[in-house]
Ligand binder design. Structure first.
Ligand code: ZN
Length: 315
């Protein structure tokens, strides 16, 4: 019977322990979540603090980073921007290089122009002399005789040559006009500068009206016009009767004093290639204008050059 008592008491003890254990576990279960929540809250709080801390710190870091980035871009920029010429103020040392490069680069264009001109009108630059020993230079497709830019039936200007009216020629004209006014003579410009393409239209119009052979006696083919030099004016009237007017006579008598010549004088068609044009004056400077005018020769005769189209033998 002792055994039974012992077993029973043991059983009772175990049972009691289970009960107690059950109570403990029940108490423990709810407490765990509570504890967890608390921990999480604390953690959240920490996170908030950390975040805030991060917020506080980040601005500084960001600013630093931006500053660094800026300085980086600023340093990189000079390499790209030299061409833009905007940054000289930021870093003086760098700009000097870009400025030097542009100067070096512009050099190529002249070569290109020379090529274009070469394509338009024959041989490369050269120097020779006229039949009377005056120097002929050919520079970038343009011919100069004794330093005078030539445009005639023999000598052409490139189609791309588009100088506009020459200030020195226009100023000389104004001076002449004022002087004429003091003598009671009124001068005005009927036609001044004409580009290659302007002349193309003008010449085509005359050819259409009179045919090419006749048009060639008074109108230039494109690239051959004296007006394309920018040194030429047609004054007052495009009638040959202009020569007999007070204005025409004054012009013939005084234009050389202002650097102009009557480019196509009376009776010189065989040399100049054009009929008498008492209205057409060409600026070549006072000294040369006086010499040629006093010689009584056309410009072609004076220098010993021709004015013939390459196909003139066909006509
Ligand atoms: Zn003219």
């Amino acid at each position: 019977m002792n055994r039974k008592k012992i077993l029973t008491s043991i059983m009772a003890f175990i049972f009691a322990c289970n009960l107690i254990a059950g109570c403990q576990s029940k108490e423990n279960e709810p407490s765990v979540p509570v504890m967890g929540t608390n921990i999480e809250d604390v953690t959240d709080a920490k996170t908030d603090i950390t975040t805030e801390a991060a917020k506080v710190t980040q601005p500084e870091e960001t600013t630093v980073t931006e500053t660094v980035t800026d300085s980086t871009t600023a340093e990189e920029a000079p390499e790209t921007q030299p061409e833009i010429h905007t940054q000289p103020e930021t870093e003086p040392p760098v700009p000097p290089e870009p400025e030097t490069e542009p100067e070096t680069q512009p050099a190529p264009p002249p070569v290109t122009e020379a090529d274009n001109n070469g394509n338009g009108s024959g041989p490369a630059d050269y120097v020779s002399t006229t039949s009377k020993g005056y120097k002929i230079e050919r520079i970038d497709g343009i011919t100069y005789v004794d330093g005078i830019m030539m445009a005639s039936k023999t000598y052409t200007l490139p189609a791309s040559y588009d100088p506009g009216i020459r200030p020195e020629a226009y100023n000389a004209y104004l001076e002449m006009k004022n002087a004429a006014a003091q003598d009671g003579i009124t001068l005005w410009i009927v036609s001044g500068y004409r580009s290659y393409y302007d002349q193309e239209i003008v010449y085509a119009g005359w050819v259409n009206r009179d045919g090419r052979d006749v048009a060639d006696t008074y109108s230039s083919r494109p690239g051959h016009s004296d007006h394309q030099t920018g040194y030429t004016f047609d004054l007052n009237s495009l009638e040959q009767s202009f020569a007999n007017t007070a204005e025409g006579k004054w012009l013939a008598a005084h234009c050389a004093e202002y650097g102009f010549i009557i480019r196509y004088p009376d009776g010189k068609e065989r040399y100049t290639g054009y009929i008498y044009e008492p209205w057409h004056v060409r600026y070549i400077g006072v000294e040369k204008a006086k010499k040629i005018t006093e010689s009584g020769l056309s410009l072609e005769e004076y220098y010993g050059i021709t004015s013939d189209y390459a196909d003139s033998e066909d006509n």
